[in-house]
Design a protein around this ligand. Structure first.
Ligand SMILES: CC[C@@H](C(=O)O)C(=O)SCCNC(=O)CCNC(=O)[C@H](O)C(C)(C)COP(=O)(O)OP(=O)(O)OC[C@H]1O[C@@H](n2cnc3c(N)ncnc32)[C@H](O)[C@@H]1OP(=O)(O)O
Length: 255
């Protein structure tokens, strides 16, 4: 089974679907590579106008980094290699010159919330939930997610989401300003397309012009360097006993 799916329509909508529902759409290196490729492709291809990222199935948008694939990364150096690879991809997603939408078809956890944060719009199924749970695992966001979140959300709400490491319902995520619109689970794709057709006009020159205003602001405040400082900090926490114990506990309870 392909770990991700890509489709395009005649209106310039490009869909990237993480296709690992049995792992709650966790991100491993193959998914990272697929994401990097589609971001570059959408950037270069004039007929692609809007990138939508979602997950397969109705349980999860994305459960973050693949704990099975990454639990063998024990040292700070090894963790940094993985974290900075994905951090670089999320920076490219953040600064894609075209609008991006995260369609949260279920739970978004850990790095799944970081992926969603890198997108311009977050639409969430009413039966989904969102949680920056990294703190429970003895680490911080490791893909630059806190830096992006603090740019995009009211300060107190962003801080609460990060520091509490709590999982919030999609409705609460909406009230906090993380999710832009909550939609019923029965017609997610249709409602997402409707949102896009009403909220985002399709003149590519207008879209890229506005997006570039935001990108210039982020670049002037050195967002890339700030994201990579966050990644470096996380890589140190990654190498601690507390983190390795938390990951081991998660994996062992699943056996
Ligand atoms: C590494 C980067 C770092 C960052 O920078 O942010 C992170 O992302 S840290 C956060 C990592 N993610 C998590 O801690 C989430 C762990 N998963 C869960 O809490 C739950 O699975 C869920 C996402 C809330 C879904 O719960 P539920 O629907 O009850 O499913 P299960 O728990 O039974 O899981 C089904 C199946 O999926 C496997 N799974 C889930 N998440 C991951 C994951 N992140 N990596 C690898 N595998 C994952 C889980 O092990 C089950 O597998 P089987 O036992 O083989 O069926």
């Amino acid at each position: 089974m392909e770990k991700f799916l890509v489709s395009r329509d005649k209106n310039g909508l490009v869909w990237f679907t993480i296709n690992r529902p049995e792992k709650r759409n966790a991100i491993d290196y193959d998914v990272m590579d697929g994401l990097a490729k589609i971001i570059n492709y959408v950037e270069e291809n004039d007929s692609d106008k809007i990138l939508i990222i979602t997950g397969a199935g109705n349980k999860a948008f994305c459960s973050g980094g693949d704990l099975n694939a990454f639990h063998s990364l024990l040292t700070q150096e090894d963790a940094y290699k993985m974290l900075s690879k994905m951090g670089g991809i999320l920076y490219k997603l953040l600064t894609l010159s075209k609008p991006t939408v995260a369609l949260l078809n279920g739970v978004a956890i850990g790095g799944g919330c970081e992926l969603a944060t890198a997108c311009d719009y977050r639409l969430g199924s009413t039966d989904g939930s969102v949680g920056f749970v990294q703190g429970r695992m003895g680490i911080t966001t490791g893909w630059g997610g806190a830096t992006m979140l603090l740019e995009k959300m009211p300060y107190e709400n962003a801080l609460q989401m990060l520091m509490s490491a709590e999982v919030f319902s999609a409705i609460d995520g909406y009230k906090k300003g993380f999710i832009h619109k909550v939609i019923g689970p029965d017609n997610l794709l249709g409602e997402c397309e409707q949102f896009i057709s009403k909220q985002i006009i399709h003149n590519i020159n207008v879209l890229t012009a506005y997006k570039n205003v935001a990108i210039r602001k982020w670049q002037e405040s050195n967002i890339k360097a700030r994201m990579f400082e966050e990644i470096e900090t996380c890589s140190h926490l990654w190498a601690t006993k507390e983190h390795h114990t938390a990951v081991k506990e998660f994996l062992e309870t699943k056996i």
